[in-house]
Write a protein that binds this ligand. Structure first.
Ligand code: CIZ
Length: 323
């Protein structure tokens, strides 16, 4: 299969806003809403978002916004986190069925039982989990701050890391400490083929950046491993004109806008609709963004008691993430 190659953004035509995008922006003004979009949603949504970023940046935005309504274009745990951080606001999701394979791999009951097997452990949970799992955790992390968060604990403190075993194993490598890893993974990142990546790297003579949710054999054939937000600086500073990207395909839209003079290539295998996509993120469409603003639904609800418990480890993460 031919690689998907994106020419430099600076040389590409910039289409005017479509009538649907204009309609969304009009509704957004009427509702005094803010649109927060994850790096993994489609470009037509990214282009009309007030803020486009990773879970960490989006959490700060959700906590600090003065808008009445947050439209969260991402997946359910992200919108739930926004509601937990800012319970007075109405938080809308274009499609309430956009979940996450990592979130599905770990229930709060299972994590509670796991904690009983390893008493006296601190629990660090990746933000890709439910509010109920967050409530069972001591602190939350994202891929952008996982190393920093784990390093906050004394070296001899036993840590349970949930639910992504690949991100966990990468953090182990970076920090030199062993953790007890939950056996979950992201189905999109877990399916890269290291041999296919080696081949394209040799064919294009270009470096590969991958996400830490990729398994170790994939990470080992890549030149750099980092969160989506950190990919921007790395791509900007890398001397190569062409960069191969192994994460959910839509990240390339963000990279192209931020680093407009480079060529970006989606790493193979390009398996769903000819590129690496997240079936949950793909449930976000511009039509559904319009509909949720028009109907003020689906709106996220979180039980106040649960929210109170889950807010602590999220706020601890935000506090520990400060520069
Ligand atoms: O942290 C996030 O938002 C995810 C899921 C990936 C990344 O690295 O941005």
């Amino acid at each position: 299969m031919e690689p998907i190659i994106f020419p430099p953004y600076k040389d590409s035509p910039k289409p005017a806003l479509s009538p649907l995008q204009e309609e969304v922006l009009r509704l957004k003004r009427e509702r005094n809403a803010v649109i927060l979009a994850h790096n993994y949603v489609d470009e037509d949504i990214q282009l009309i978002a007030d803020f486009c970023g990773d879970s960490l940046g989006l959490s700060f935005q959700a906590r600090d916004t003065s808008a009445d309504v947050i439209v969260f274009c991402g997946v359910d745990f992200m919108a739930e986190t926004a509601k937990i951080l800012n319970p007075e606001k109405t938080v809308l999701m274009p499609d309430a069925a956009s979940g996450c394979s990592l979130e599905e791999s770990c229930s709060a009951e299972e994590l509670a039982a796991f904690k009983r097997e390893y008493p006296d452990s601190a629990v660090v949970s990746y933000i890709n989990c439910s509010g109920a799992v967050k409530a069972e955790s001591d602190v939350i992390c994202t891929s952008g701050n996982a190393v920093k968060i784990v390093e906050k604990f004394p070296k001899d403190r036993r840590i349970i890391f949930a639910p992504d075993k690949y991100l966990g194993s990468w953090v182990e490598e970076q920090t030199g400490r062993k953790m007890i890893l939950w056996d979950g993974c992201c189905c999109a990142h877990a399916s890269y083929d290291p041999e296919a990546i080696k081949k394209i790297k040799a064919a294009l003579n270009a470096p590969v950046v991958c996400h830490p949710e990729c398994p170790k054999p994939v990470r080992d054939v890549c030149d750099f491993v980092c969160s989506t937000e950190k990919m921007i600086n790395w791509a900007r500073e890398n001397p190569s004109k062409t960069i191969i990207v192994a994460t959910v395909f839509q990240m390339i839209h963000r990279l192209r806008r931020e680093v407009p003079d480079k060529i970006f290539v989606a790493a193979p295998p390009n398996d769903i609709q000819n590129c690496k996509r997240c079936r949950h993120m793909d449930k976000n469409t511009l039509e559904k963004v319009r509909d949720c603003l028009r109907d003020m639904s689906p709106s996220i609800k979180v039980d106040p008691e649960l929210a109170k418990k889950a807010r602590k480890p999220i706020e601890k993460m935000l506090e520990w993430s400060k520069k």
